[in-house]
Design a protein around this ligand. Structure first.
Ligand code: TRP
Length: 454
């Protein structure tokens, strides 16, 4: 019997169908960005006006980019670096793939630290289930936790290990299997929490804050924030969706998948706003608390509502699940690269990635306290990784990806993937192609120039 040992001939792992792909892509998209960043950006930038701008960017710029990433991934069935090598042999385009791998590390380096904080708060909320937490100094408790040298690092390592375990188990048997269970649960929990929040006495102010636009607050800065947030929230610009795209079965409709993913992600962000803002207003705290919103303001509110202890567990479980399903997508980008390009076994690849990420994450975590005076380009490690990925690597990556699909690939190649070799109608193809070639690159360049010339 002929036994095939050459990995080139081995069947590549694949998601099992529309729902399987969807839970994975939505898992990647829905993350701390939705729960931790979106509500406070909305708070700082004029409520509903910001949401409208955000929606416009999602539809006009981000949705086409997501389709473009899926096209690259599925047409090559390869990791990000190899995808560009296959489509444009011998060219420098493979640099996009390499940049994606670097961006993954940068995002993981600060994202897993916040993931560690969510584990800390989750454990604490379980411990407090039957006792009254001390809410007199929540702000001090939070800053004491994040600045202490050891505690957040331990939780961050636990968080990385759990994510590593899922990725190690494979695409279908790991990522898809766990997302199938966690994602529906996540949506049910956020809906329950939103209902609890909007039925609090005095919640109207929060709801109208989310729904009433204040256009005077829209500035160039706001537009930048909205586009950056849309990119980050939809996991675009660094090959995450290229990698997941490479596991999408040929029969799935890429436009429908992108649309459903973007819709679910935005819906979730809105639900997060509904869960958080009415409670914030009902208790008379400022909506502009910044990132501390979810760790400082919400525990205070939970301590004061009936069954608050249970809702606190819900909330931190939501944060945890949202974070871990995003982290596994980032890890998969690097895992696919190491296993396919460097021929490292999956287990080893994930092990190596976890160690490197843990080291970088330790630096970010310590930069909140002990190492807060160590600066790279005037920023702490934590802020540096955040800034470099969100403001530089993702926009440049996104720009190069749209230029690649819009101008380097042949129109017929793109059409072929868009319509599954002609078996779908391709109604939106012309609009998509126009947005990818002209609108998306111009928008990204304008906004990016604004960031660097600031
Ligand atoms: N989208 C996730 C969030 O909203 C984070 C994330 C996962 C991400 N993969 C990514 C961001 C790739 C940018 C690129 O929290």
């Amino acid at each position: 019997m002929y036994i095939c040992v050459n990995p080139v001939f081995m069947k590549r792992d694949e998601f099992s169908g529309f729902f399987g792909v969807l839970v994975a892509t939505v898992g990647s998209a829905v993350g701390l960005g939705n729960l931790w960043r979106f509500p406070y950006l909305v708070g700082q930038n004029g409520g509903a006006a910001f949401i409208l701008v955000y929606l416009a960017f999602v539809i006009v710029i981000c949705l086409p980019i997501m389709v473009a990433e899926f096209v690259i991934g599925r047409s090559t069935k390869a990791n990000t670096v190899n995808a560009f090598k296959k489509l444009a042999p011998g060219s420098l385009w493979r640099g996009i793939g390499i940049m994606g791998v670097i961006a993954s590390f940068c995002i993981l380096a600060f994202y897993t630290v916040v993931g560690g904080w969510t584990v800390d708060y989750l454990v604490r909320s379980v411990i407090h289930l039957f006792s009254k937490p001390d809410i007199s100094n929540l702000e001090a408790q939070f800053s004491q936790m994040v600045t202490s040298p050891l505690r957040p690092i331990i939780w961050t390592i636990v968080f990385i290990a759990l994510s590593g375990f899922i990725v190690m188990s494979g695409v279908k048997k790991g990522i898809e299997k766990y997302s199938r269970v966690m994602m529906p649960f996540l949506f049910v929990m956020i809906i329950i929490l939103a209902i609890r929040s909007i039925t609090l006495p005095g919640a109207e102010a929060g709801i109208s804050f989310l729904l009433k636009p204040d256009f005077s607050k829209i500035t160039t800065e706001t537009l930048l924030d909205a586009l950056g947030q849309a990119f980050f929230s939809l996991s675009l610009g660094m090959g995450c969706m290229i990698t997941y795209g490479s596991y999408i079965p040929d029969k799935e409709n890429l436009t429908r998948l992108s649309f459903t993913t973007a819709l679910s992600d935005t819906f979730f962000a809105f639900l997060a706003g509904l869960a958080i803002m009415p409670a914030v207003f009902a208790f008379g705290v400022s909506p502009q608390e910044g990132p501390g919103l979810v760790f400082i303001v919400l525990p205070r509110i939970f301590a004061q509502i009936p069954l608050g202890n249970v809702f606190a567990i819900f909330f931190f479980l939501i944060l945890f699940i949202a974070a871990i399903t995003s982290v596994i997508s980032l890890m998969e980008v690097i895992t696919a690269y190491l296993t396919e390009q460097k021929r490292i076994k999956r287990t080893w690849a994930v092990g190596i990635i976890s160690v490197v990420v843990a080291v970088c994450a330790c630096l970010s975590s310590l930069s909140q306290g002990l190492l807060k005076d160590v600066k790279i380009f005037g920023k702490t490690f934590f802020d540096f990784f955040d800034y470099l990925s969100a403001n530089i690597l993702l926009p440049i990556g996104g720009l190069l990806i749209v230029l690649f699909v819009g101008w380097r690939l042949k129109r017929s190649q793109v059409y072929e993937q868009f319509t599954n070799s002609g078996s779908l109608k391709g109604t939106f193809f012309r609009a998509f192609y126009f947005l990818i070639r002209y609108v998306a690159p111009v928008a990204i360049v304008i906004l990016f120039l604004n960031v660097i010339l600031k």
